[in-house]
Design a protein around this ligand. Structure first.
Ligand code: 9MR
Length: 377
């Protein structure tokens, strides 16, 4: 099926910023770009790429912390709520959903003239489906519940959301098969199909994304193979999916050897050959296995980022780059993957004191080196 979504529409302002930025900054060597000089969104816009981040509506939000708010507003053209559009925040009753936290994020995006992504309509992963939700879904009927829920959520945000992670993480990395959940027990593969069709019905203007965390790292072979089979099946069964969201939680393996790069390229080539667009949805770098020394650690993180982004941004089909937060202080990795030495993780472009890090410079350099995307308005 031919995808109907051709890429993010850059506003006139974003395009102008990109062009002007090119004229002013283009001649300067990279070292003269003190981090923070040119907003990442402008560097990205010049190449036809939308740059942005996940934010939360809680304590660590840019709305609650003006210093962080200023950085997010300056750097980003697009935001995605980290948790606020998930079913465990919105609730189980499609007729009485809790949109408050997501609406606060949407308002911040609107006030700062940013675009908004949606994450996620169906997180088909048992770990994130509570027994209470499973019970509601069984009692209502899986198809009926899913259609009603997506109608309400997609309908609530309407054309505010230009791109939806419709289905998230449905492939089990260990087996490469579709995960067994209350939805697939009732509907099998059709659970996914129904989700995409409902998104098409209720958010017809939005890009529809399948989002997952398969990566270039060793140990991801089965996961990648499973995602490829899924994407092939989407095409065969005419499921309206436009793009693959590549989460890009990196860092578990610093070697990124030639072999890994070659395998990753093969994967990306097969995905794009099926007509899918690509986006980086949740970029960050887990430094758990990296040295204690901060300068060394930051250098290593920046090197992984540059090497990865150079390979990814070479694909003209890739037109969005979102980090999973910009501020180390509030990264999910501190809770999820604490370092053995007890030091905080440094996975994001800004440190605890909101100073830009080498990782930010690496992202900026990769954007400067990226070819201009064609076919993007
Ligand atoms: O960063 C998110 C963390 O705050 C939540 O506790 C967790 C569970 O909802 O989800 C994290 O975000 C995940 C994202 O939604 C999907 N891809 C993996 C992300 C990191 O776990």
């Amino acid at each position: 099926m031919k995808p109907n979504w051709q890429g993010p529409m850059l506003t006139r302002r974003q395009q102008l910023a990109g062009v002007a930025g090119g004229l002013i900054m283009g001649a300067l060597p990279s070292t003269l770009h003190a981090a923070g000089d040119e907003p990442l969104k402008d560097l990205a816009a010049r190449k036809g790429i939308l740059f942005g981040t996940a934010i939360s509506a809680g304590q660590s939000s840019p709305m609650a912390d003006p210093g962080y708010g200023a950085i997010v507003a300056r750097e980003c053209a697009v935001l995605v709520p980290e948790n606020e559009m998930k079913v465990y925040v919105l609730g189980h009753d499609p007729q009485a959903l809790n949109f408050g936290p997501a609406d606060r994020i949407a308002a911040f995006a609107r006030d700062n003239r940013m675009k908004l992504r949606g994450h996620t309509l169906l997180w088909n992963y048992g770990k994130y489906i509570s027994p209470a939700l499973a019970e509601t879904v069984r009692a209502t009927g899986a198809e009926k519940w899913l259609r009603a829920y997506i109608a309400q959520v997609a309908g609530h945000f309407g054309d505010r959301i230009y791109s939806w992670d419709v289905v998230n993480e449905t492939i089990d990395p260990k087996t490469g098969e579709i995960r067994d959940t209350v939805f697939t027990q009732a509907l099998g593969f059709d659970a996914l199909k129904i989700a995409f069709e409902a998104a098409q019905e209720h958010a017809p203007h939005a890009q529809r994304v399948y989002n997952d965390y398969m990566s270039w790292e060793v140990g991801n072979e089965t996961h990648r193979a499973g995602v490829l089979r899924l994407l092939e099946r989407f095409r065969k069964e005419n499921v309206p999916v436009d793009a693959l969201g590549i989460q890009s939680h990196l860092g578990n393996d610093g070697s990124h050897s030639k072999l890994q790069r070659a395998e990753w390229k093969q994967f990306l080539d097969r995905v794009t050959a099926m007509g899918y667009r690509l986006l980086i949805t949740e970029f960050d770098i887990n430094d758990r296995e990296m040295p204690r020394d901060i300068a060394q650690r930051d250098a290593q993180t920046a090197a992984v980022a540059k090497s990865y982004l150079d390979q990814m941004l070479a694909y003209p089909q890739l037109d969005q780059l979102l980090c999973w937060g910009l501020w180390d202080k509030h990264s999910w990795l501190n809770g999820f993957a604490p370092r053995a030495d007890g030091l905080p993780q440094r996975p994001l472009p800004y440190d605890d004191a909101l100073k830009p890090k080498p990782l930010r410079a690496a992202i900026a350099d990769a954007l400067r080196a990226a070819p201009v995307r064609k076919g993007i308005a």
